[in-house]
Design a protein around this ligand. Sequence first.
Ligand SMILES: *[C@@H]1O[C@H](CO)[C@@H](O)[C@H](O)[C@H]1NC(C)=O
Ligand SMILES: *[C@@H]1O[C@H](CO)[C@@H](O)[C@H](O)[C@H]1NC(C)=O
Ligand SMILES: *[C@@H]1O[C@H](CO)[C@@H](O)[C@H](O)[C@H]1NC(C)=O
Ligand SMILES: *[C@@H]1O[C@H](CO)[C@@H](O)[C@H](O)[C@H]1NC(C)=O
Ligand SMILES: *[C@@H]1O[C@H](CO)[C@@H](O)[C@H](O)[C@H]1NC(C)=O
Ligand SMILES: *[C@@H]1O[C@H](CO)[C@@H](O)[C@H](O)[C@H]1NC(C)=O
Length: 846
Amino acid sequence: MLWTAALIASSFVESALAAASQTYTWKNVVTGGGGGFTPGIVFNPSAKGVAYARTDIGGPYRLNSDDTWTPLLDWVNNTNWHDWGIDAIATDPVDTDRVYLAVGMYTIDWDPNDGSILRSTDQGDTWAETKLPFKVGGNMPGRGVGERLAVDPNDNSILYFGARSGHGLWKSTDYGETWSNVTSFTWTGTYVQDASSEYTADPVGIAWVTFDSTSGSSGSATPRIFVGVVDTGESVFVSEDAGETWSWVSGEPQYGFLPHKGVLSPAEKTLYISYSNGAGPYDGTNGTVHKYNISSGVWTDISPTSMASTYYGYGGLAVDLQVPGTVMVAALNCWWPDEIIFRSLDSGATWSPIWAWNGYPSIDYYYTYDISNAPWLQDDTSTDEFPVRVGWMVEALAIDPFDSNHWLYGTGETIYGGHDLLKWDTSHNVTLSSLAVGIEEMAVLGLITPPGGPALLSAVGDDGGFYHSSLDTAPSQAFHTPTDGTTNGIDYAGNQPANIVRSGANDDLPTVALSSSFGQSWYADYAASSSTGTGAVALSANADTILLVNSDGAFRSHSQATFAAVSSLPSGAVIASDKANNTFFYGGSGSAIYVSSDTATTFSKTTTLGSSTTVHAIRAHPSVAGDIWASTDTGLFHSTDFGASFTQIGSGCTEGWSFGFGKASTTGGYPVISGFFTVEGVTALFKTEDEGVNWEMISDAAHGFGAVASNVVNGDLQTYGRVFVGTNGRGIFYGVPSGTPPAATAVASSGSSSSSSTSASASASATTATGSKSTTLVTSTSAKTTATSTSTTSTKASSTTTGAASSATGTSTAYGQCGGGSYSGPTACPSGWTCTYENEFYSQCT
Ligand SMILES: *[C@@H]1O[C@H](CO)[C@@H](O)[C@H](O)[C@H]1NC(C)=O
Ligand SMILES: *[C@@H]1O[C@H](CO)[C@@H](O)[C@H](O)[C@H]1NC(C)=O
Ligand SMILES: *[C@@H]1O[C@H](CO)[C@@H](O)[C@H](O)[C@H]1NC(C)=O
Ligand SMILES: *[C@@H]1O[C@H](CO)[C@@H](O)[C@H](O)[C@H]1NC(C)=O
Ligand SMILES: *[C@@H]1O[C@H](CO)[C@@H](O)[C@H](O)[C@H]1NC(C)=O
Ligand SMILES: *[C@@H]1O[C@H](CO)[C@@H](O)[C@H](O)[C@H]1NC(C)=O
């Protein structure tokens, strides 16, 4: 079979991969608020208006003068998907058009690739790459420390990069083109966040490199260089001879805290350092802010909150280069009642906060909250007594070196800032605006375009999902009531498309929600509970039956009766409902197809798909009963008999991932199929308008969409040609064609027939998906989901804690952590205190 398919493929070389008759214009579907973690923001100190933000899984952005951001690595495709993990960014203070990135996603085996330094001489429009001999971890623990990449302000051919994983300090003397390790710098950073899991057990390494620009003069290497290392012992080091020799900065306080930021105030000849007892980005319960007088060698504790009474460490740190002595620092995480940012006008002697208690439960808010760019950042039905607005995971904090009124900071969900910062010091009331327009950072898990409904419905990680009545305007609300952190699955009923089901985790309501208004309003489906696992969902054509596949297996609810296990469908199967016949559901697992003709009560294995070992996705024709397509690790298969038998599509298609149907160009024509496929050896986004005979590549050199296995694709059933691509960290794109639709081609039996008989070897059907490529990339998706920003919607009032099963015994402390994420400490609170769920990563004794 394989050989037959290959021969057919080669005979189609000329015709199958057609020259594109159309060009696609790609834009982001606007959500306007970022939607994920921004670990770093840097301003160029020498050129007004030059600034960059980095994200952990969605690449870097450049700031525009109108407060919007421009993405800089949208060309990243499946071959270099890991380049979207940005562990550090450096802007050149001398040649201000130069900018550098340290890229790579994971330093563990989730990412097989070594990292790179990317360098640009045009502010990020184009890039050159140097591969490093080790991995870089843009989405690893401690990704908000920094910046660990820096350009010498006196000789900008010199750069330093502080590696993770024990690889130490590296130096370039040719503008980042070649690198060598600095063998005289022997402190590689021994701290690991949690030795019990691979992801948290890798050393975070070096935190930051800060040149003392005042120690040298233009044209020769800066003599004094400070390096912060993620280590609970000695952690701040200095060279006085341009990196030849190094020593610990004596007198550094020894509390076992980790130095997150080291920021120079040149006019004061002072280094400001924020410390936390966790590497971040979710943790930190203790810490200090210190300053180091470089002239006198004196360290001073300038913490806004004393160590004795703090319950947070410190992250983001900024100085106003125009006003020496003006310093700002953020709690890394202050989960309750809200993040705190402090500002000092006297070099840290005294501080004022962005909010303060005024006799519990009254709070003075020293800001006006403005989320007009992304209204969904607050749930308008939330009844939280203490709404979280200032944020969490604040590692990036910066004051514009040319404008004391302009500041920006990154949170786990958006970028805030404003243009009236000096009001903090006068009326003590600044405007806190979400300023992330152009940053689209969500990890997308589902996209549907039910006929007659809105332009798009999305299911996303961390931010729930959206009813997009417009593709170019930020939604006013995320899906709510119930409000989910992550929406794992979404589907509509083919015959009654206003009926939608979604599955997602939340605090206390059932994890399944239903809508009969195309997703405009929702109600909880009490067929599920708050502890029903979330996952993929399929809704029967007449909307009476839901099939849910979560980590516990497959479950069915009919007429809103309690979900019951469906043992005949293997766990982990990909699923679909027939869009025209209410009784049929389909599953794929290993190489096998499973079909139910009794509204998902029972499934039978019908066939296996050629030589495939993994069914990646199953989709049902939007209006023809029994017309089913399946993408696999060996190509695309089509059934017209309700999944009883399948024919492999020839024409050189050798692998497929997510795909979907869009409106045909002609009345009555077959829907356009678009998705990520390998066709004639090229892995990209393709479409076919003739059931797989001819293919056109519709991604391009400027739009690569990252890892194919993590992406979600759907066509638009209402607008011919429009295609939606949901990425893992660069939000949702939509593409619109111009030009003439491809000429219709008569569809003969274009493929080779696969075994259509019911397989006798039922045991083979139990094989689960183990394709190494997809496993790796799918892991990266779930890593994002568990390891990036938290939900918007913590409900202070609810009092149960979810989070990782904890085997720890003992009692946490007042205001201490008691659950969430990978937390493994005690879950009990002291008498009189309640363990309160804040979000999926954090529960606290309050
Ligand atoms: C993917 O990106 C690489 C590197 O930029 C490029 O060489 C390759 O042609 C791209 N692949 C496709 C299918 O465009
Ligand atoms: C520096 O590089 C050399 C050569 O690759 C290697 O042997 C040595 O271990 C490296 N040292 C550090 C500190 O990484
Ligand atoms: C640093 O210490 C020197 C020597 O004691 C002192 O003159 C200077 O004012 C100090 N700098 C600051 C910013 O306090
Ligand atoms: C913070 O750490 C310091 C140094 O170990 C310790 O003295 C202090 O009690 C800690 N603070 C809290 C609130 O636990
Ligand atoms: C700051 O301004 C906002 C909006 O006008 C107001 O709600 C808030 O109370 C003000 N804060 C203080 C402390 O006056
Ligand atoms: C759906 O399929 C069943 C079983 O083949 C059949 O009896 C029924 O008529 C079909 N319904 C529709 C609406 O096609």
